[in-house]
Design a protein around this ligand. Structure first.
Ligand SMILES: Cc1ncc(C[n+]2csc(CCOP(=O)(O)OP(=O)(O)O)c2C)c(N)n1
Ligand SMILES: [Mg+2]
Length: 1025
């Protein structure tokens, strides 16, 4: 990028006092009857104001003429008199004006105007020049960042185009662009109200205007904000960066900043000295990240924030843990000891992934503040929505409706910020009522490289931060080699969030001194960049030299500060050698005080009955069938649905939607917060739920009957989400992390779509506890079932969830009294496919009533939502009832089990197709159909009861899914283990296939019939091995 600054360098600053000599902000015009002060208000009559040349700055001048003329037409030159007369007489725009001669007023007021404009050849030129200056000012506000000195290496990877913007003043050429000439530089211009560069002055010479604009917009800070479509917000930012002298710091502030830079720098140096061959993803080249974060936290704490939740990836994470969160250094250092034994269950994680939670006194604000850094996987940016969800939950539980007490900070890498679509998805949650965290501060460690790829190959946008523009977030680019500029923008970012409660981005333009990690050789791929980096003086050294030169501290004081911190590190290192055992529990990011025993164990190993009283069933049922608000008109179709619910309540039965209502309603009554989020969940994709009623006559008037269950119930949140799976599921996972006393459910529109959130499922839900000893009770509702709807509306891919279950297929577990609960405790997640509303009701309630938290995956039905047989009696939901892990056959087969020739095990909706077929074939007493409702952890004990009961039967697993999909690969070895491999487990289902389902209805039905034929053909497997 061109940096033609020579002309600018020749411009000498003009002090405010100099410019104030001849002008004052409110100029006084003496008129008959006394003097009067002109305020900025514009009161030209309409026709005068409509003149094409009268806008912006020019109107100030003409306005004064007009006032003088109003007082007395002889106060102004004849030509102005004619002009105002014509205009007042209604001359159309353009025709009132006749070119006046150079100004030569008679009154004192005119004399002052003349001082302002000097010897202008004519008013047209005057107006044009003022307009030009105004445009120039605006150009700096809009595009000043293009020529700001943001890059410490001065190799700038920000590729706008090949030349500097023509509208910025880089040479006299650009001045010509505005029709100005060099001599205009000394002319004085009135400043428009859209700038603050004047400070107390309302007029400045052009030379000074340009200098101040350069100072505000083209030094070490580049401000991108003029795309924001809110005037007040733009004004606020202009004021923060344009006001002269606004970036001055006190001596104390500078010393604190240096101390923070010392900690940041020396921490990495210490690690490098002690463990030179260990990966740590050091911060070298962006040491100012530490003071940046601390500044944001200090300022936010001063503004009343009590809890800050942070998410970040590898780069500088250990440094943040040590110097921002203040994790004990020995706890960090001992992680480098390869002999350290892990004390907790689970597989653990590498040191630069672990989380942390710490409450401490903030020295600047003198207030307590809780800082947590969320544990995160290697998957860049995956933690972003999780942080947002947890932040939202903390805000929700402490009644912080405006985000004044709890906030989040996300730290990004430049390549990941630009490349990962999740960043965009997370930004789009930022202003949605049920997802907003009222402003996140994003800090980008923009080291101008991603592993070995430079930005020219990594993104198509000029900046890595352009994605933030979609939500109108201001973006503050800053040269990270200037710690004071960094501190300033971080202060502004924190104030921005506190003022507007909207997202903001700080782009720390820096470099990466080493390779991607400490073992990497960067010269292989970025030779020129790294030659430059090798010559680059460290930021701490540069900053210390500056402060010593300024007299802020002596060289000796600086050395002492360094020695002091090095000693702290050495002492902690000595202590770290005593640590023999690694407690991952010490790295918890979200403790749940009171939920576990002091040792971190569940308080019991039992789960009470999940049934509820008859009264509660009818009460909640009646609420589900009602419109609890007065004068609320609902749609006729919905009236019929509610009437249907009322009928079911009177008959003491539930369909699926009512079963869900009973589960949610009863938990709410027990003061458990319930939050259901996902695409179109309020009504339900299949139009069965209707948790939010809409008044047919009043726009936006809604009613949520679930919130009318009892006066002291917990609140119910049901929210249609943005059309995102990755972002929203991550968000809900984070929400569920905040408290064990909430039921948080995410529903996929169809289960098929969950795989765009696969990273959250793999990296957090399935393995989170094993890696980070952190439990999570999130529920995934995944509509699933082959119903002829084609390959993408059929399968929630049960095989994938089952493949990730941690129970051993080959070991029959030791049975005990608390086997069922213990199994749940030991598993990584629970996978169910319920075939009845009652069982769905129970499994949802169990999720909260069990004494620990595990993720629950529910394959939910579609056609069963309205299936006449898929109903449950209230009797199945009363006190004393439980979730049934399997549902045995209760028909004729069970009466004489020895006569049964075949046991068909199945799960989900195929049960109804099987029993219909069995009836049609008159095989009720020869074939037993057993439903496995909880697939994982596998109910070995109950399956054994069934296989023991039907001693003469062969065993078949029947599923509607293709053979390489569904449940078969999971259940087969487990059933075989259960029976000591004494009998085969045959398969009745669709053939293996690449796609989950056919798109052809006929083929679908034919496949179904074929699999039913196999299931009921008692000879189907004879002679097979
Ligand atoms: C989703 C994902 N894809 C790929 C990787 C592998 N990876 C690890 S670090 C890295 C480069 C990251 O660059 P940047 O975001 O600029 O962060 P930096 O390392 O420069 O701080 C890549 C590609 C990953 N961790 N996550
Ligand atoms: Mg990078």
């Amino acid at each position: 990028m061109h940096r033609l600054r020579t002309t600018v360098a020749r411009l000498q600053p003009l002090t405010a006092a100099q410019t104030a000599q001849s002008r004052s902000q409110h100029r006084t015009v003496v008129v008959k009857g006394g003097s009067r002060t002109f305020q900025p208000a514009r009161r030209l009559n309409a026709s005068v104001a409509a003149e094409p040349f009268l806008n912006g700055t020019s109107s100030n001048y003409v306005e004064e003429m007009y006032y003088a003329w109003l007082e007395n037409p002889r106060n102004v030159h004849k030509s102005w008199d004619i002009f105002f007369r014509n205009a007042n007489a209604g001359a159309p725009p353009g025709s009132a004006y006749q070119s006046p001669p150079p100004i030569s007023g008679t009154s004192q007021g005119l004399a002052s105007v003349q001082t302002l404009v000097g010897a202008q050849p004519n008013v047209e030129k005057l107006v044009e020049d003022h307009l030009a200056v105004q445009t120039l000012i605006r150009a700096y506000q809009v595009r000043g960042h293009h020529i700001a000195k943001l890059d410490p290496l001065d190799i700038s990877c920000v590729d706008f185009d090949d030349c500097a913007p023509t509208e910025l003043f880089c040479s006299m050429n650009e001045l010509c662009f505005y029709g100005l000439v060099e001599s205009d530089l000394d002319k004085v211009f009135r400043l428009p109200t859209t700038t603050y560069i004047g400070g107390n002055e309302s007029v400045l010479p052009l030379r000074e205007i340009i200098r101040r604009l350069e100072m505000a917009y083209c030094q070490h800070i580049g401000v991108e904000f003029m795309f924001i479509n809110d005037l007040e917000q733009c004004r606020w930012i202009r004021q923060k960066f344009e006001t002269p002298g606004i970036m001055n710091f006190t001596l104390e502030e500078k010393r604190t900043l240096l101390a923070r830079m010392i900690r940041s720098t020396r921490f990495e140096e210490f690690l490098q000295r002690k463990w030179s061959s260990e990966k740590r993803f050091g911060l070298e080249g962006c040491e100012s990240l530490i003071p940046a974060l601390k500044t944001i936290i200090d300022k936010s704490s001063l503004n009343g924030v009590e809890s800050v939740i942070m998410g970040m990836s590898h780069r500088g994470r250990l440094n943040v843990l040590a110097n921002v969160i203040r994790k004990e250094l020995e706890q960090i250092f001992c992680q480098f000891d390869s002999k350290l034994e892990a004390a907790d269950e689970g597989s653990g994680d590498v040191k630069y992934h672990l989380g942390m939670y710490h409450r401490r006194m903030n020295r600047v604000s003198d207030r307590y503040i809780t800082l947590s850094l969320m544990a995160n996987p290697s998957h860049l940016e995956a933690v972003d929505p999780v942080v947002q969800g947890k932040t939202k939950a903390e805000q929700f539980y402490c009644g912080d409706t405006e985000g004044k007490r709890v906030m989040s900070i996300l730290i990004h890498g430049d390549a990941a910020f630009a490349g990962q679509g999740l960043v965009y998805e997370t930004f789009h949650l930022s202003d949605l009522p049920s997802y907003t965290t009222h402003g996140t501060i994003h800090v980008v460690v923009n080291n101008q490289i991603g592993f070995t790829t430079d930005p020219r190959m990594a993104r198509s946008s000029p900046y890595p931060t352009d994605v933030a523009r979609v939500v109108n977030a201001p973006i503050f680019h800053v040269n990270a080699d200037d710690p004071e500029a960094v501190m300033y923008v971080c202060n502004v970012a924190a104030e921005w969030r506190n003022t507007f409660h909207k997202d903001v981005v700080v782009d720390l333009v820096c470099y990466r001194r080493n390779g991607h990690n400490e073992m990497d050789e960067p010269m292989f791929t970025q030779p020129l960049m790294y030659k430059k980096i090798k010559k680059q003086k460290g930021v701490l050294q540069k900053f210390a030299e500056k402060l010593i030169a300024e007299g802020v501290m002596t060289a000796q004081e600086y050395e002492e500060e360094i020695t002091r911190y090095d000693k702290i590190c050495e002492e902690a290192h000595t202590r770290s050698k005593d640590e023999k055992i690694l407690h991952i529990k010490h790295w918890l990011d979200s403790p749940w005080p009171g939920f576990f025993t002091l040792e971190g164990q569940p308080k019991s190993m039992s789960c009470p009955s999940t049934g509820i009283s008859e009264d509660d069933l009818s009460h909640i049922g009646n609420i589900a069938a009602s419109v609890p608000e007065e004068d609320f008109t609902i749609h006729g179709g919905l009236s019929r649905i509610l009437k249907g619910r009322a009928n079911m309540v009177s008959q003491r039965v539930c369909d699926w939607a009512l079963g869900e209502y009973m589960a949610f309603g009863s938990l709410l009554k027990e003061r458990i917060h319930v939050r259901l989020s996902g695409q179109d969940v309020e009504r339900g994709t299949f139009s069965h739920r209707h948790h939010v009623l809409h008044d047919q006559n009043v726009d936006k008037r809604i009613c949520i009957p679930m919130n009318y269950i009892s006066p002291d119930q917990a609140p119910y949140t049901v929210c249609n989400s943005s059309l995102s799976e990755y972002g929203v599921l991550g968000f809900e996972l984070g929400f569920a992390m905040a408290s064990p006393n909430a039921l948080v459910l995410w529903e996929a529109q169809f289960g098929d779509f969950h795989n765009t959130a696969q990273c959250i499922i793999d990296q957090f839900i399935s393995s989170g506890q094993a890696k980070w000893v952190r439990q999570n009770g999130i529920v995934l509702l995944l509509p699933h079932g082959l119903e002829g709807m084609g390959p993408e509306h059929s399968s929630a891919r049960p095989e994938r969830f089952l493949q990730m279950c941690n129970d051993d297929p080959d070991v029959f577990p030791k049975l005990s009294e608390d086997f069922a609960v213990r199994q749940l405790y030991d598993c990584n997640w629970i996978v169910v496919n319920c075939s009845t509303p009652a069982n769905y009701f129970h499994v949802i309630r169990r999720q909260i009533l069990q004494p620990f938290r595990k993720p629950l995956i529910v394959f939910t039905p579609k056609s069963l939502l309205r299936h006449p047989e898929a109903k449950s009696s209230f009797d199945e939901m009363l006190p004393g009832t439980h979730f049934s892990r399997i549902i045995p056959d209760d028909g004729p087969a069970a009466v004489s089990p020895e006569k049964v020739k075949r046991v068909i095990f199945c799960t989900g909706k195929i049960f109804y197709e099987l029993t219909r077929e069995r009836k049609n074939r008159g095989m009720d007493d020869t074939i037993a159909v057993v439903r496995v409702e909880q697939l994982s952890p596998f109910p070995f004990d109950l399956v054994k009861e069934e296989t023991d009961r039907y001693v003469n039967a062969d065993l078949v697993w029947c599923q509607e899914e293709h053979k390489n999909q569904g449940y078969y690969d999971y259940v087969k070895p487990r059933i075989r283990t259960t029976i000591g491999r004494s009998r085969p487990v045959w398969y009745a289902g669709r053939e293996p296939a690449a796609a989950p389902a056919t798109g052809n209805k006929q083929t679908h039905l034919m496949e179904l019939q074929r699999l039913l034929d196999t299931a009921f053909d008692l000879e189907a497997f004879s002679g097979k091995q």
